[in-house]
Design a protein around this ligand. Structure first.
Ligand code: HEM
Length: 145
C-alpha cells in the first residue's frame, strides 16, 4: 500500500464527512455512474437504496483498514469474486472510481483539496487492482513458472 499516513487521514476525514449524508451520497454516486457509464446500469438488479447502503458500509470498513489493505485481502477477494458473478468486468472498475471521486468532490466542495483527490485516486487504484488481480487472474497463471 503506497498511501502515506497523511493521505489515509484525508481519506478517513473526508469519508466521515460524506457519511453524514450517506443515502444522498450513494444515490448521487449511482446517478453519476449511470450517466457516465450507462453500460453498468443493467448489472444492478436489486433495490438501489439497499445497494447504496451496502456500498457505503463496505467503503467504511475499507477506509478504516487502509493502513493494511492486504490484511483485508480475504474479504476483498470474496467481494471481487461476487462481483464476477454480478457480471462486473475489469473495465468497469475505472468508471466506478471516477464516479466515486466526482461524488466526493460535489459533497465536499472546498474540502475536496487536490491532496484529498490524489489520496482517493491512489486508494481506489490500489483497491481495484487488488480486486481485479484476485478475481480475474487465471488459476494456472499463478502456478506457471
Ligand atoms: C471497488 C470497490 C467496490 C466496492 C467496495 C463494492 C461494494 C459492493 C457491495 C458491498 C455490494 C453488495 C453485495 C455484496 O457484498 O456482494 C456490491 C454489489 C454490486 N456491485 Fe459493487 N463494489 C465495488 C465495485 C464495483 C464495480 C467496479 C462495479 C461495476 C459496475 C460494481 C457493481 C456491483 C453490482 C452490479 C452489484 C450487485 C447489485 C445487485 O445485486 O443488484 N461494484 N458492491
Amino acid at each position: 500500500m503506497t498511501l502515506t499516513s497523511d493521505e489515509r487521514e484525508l481519506i478517513r476525514d473526508s469519508f466521515r464527512s460524506v457519511s453524514r449524508n450517506r443515502r444522498q451520497a450513494a444515490a448521487r454516486f449511482y446517478e453519476i455512474l449511470f450517466d457516465q457509464a450507462p453500460q453498468t446500469r443493467t448489472l444492478f438488479v436489486n433495490d438501489m437504496e439497499q445497494q447504496g447502503a451496502e456500498l457505503m458500509s463496505k467503503l467504511g470498513l475499507i477506509v478504516a483498514e487502509l493502513q493494511n489493505l492486504e490484511g483485508l485481502a480475504p474479504v476483498l477477494e470474496d467481494l471481487a469474486l461476487r462481483h464476477v458473478a454480478y457480471g462486473v468486468k475489469p473495465e468497469h472498475y475505472p468508471p466506478v472510481g471516477a464516479a466515486l471521486v466526482q461524488m466526493l468532490a460535489e459533497f465536499l466542495g472546498d474540502d475536496f483539496t487536490p491532496e484529498t483527490s490524489t489520496a482517493w485516486t491512489k486508494a481506489y487504484d490500489d483497491l481495484s487492482a487488488l480486486m481485479i488481480r484476485s478475481a480475474y487472474t487465471r488459476e494456472d497463471s499463478h502456478t506457471a513458472s
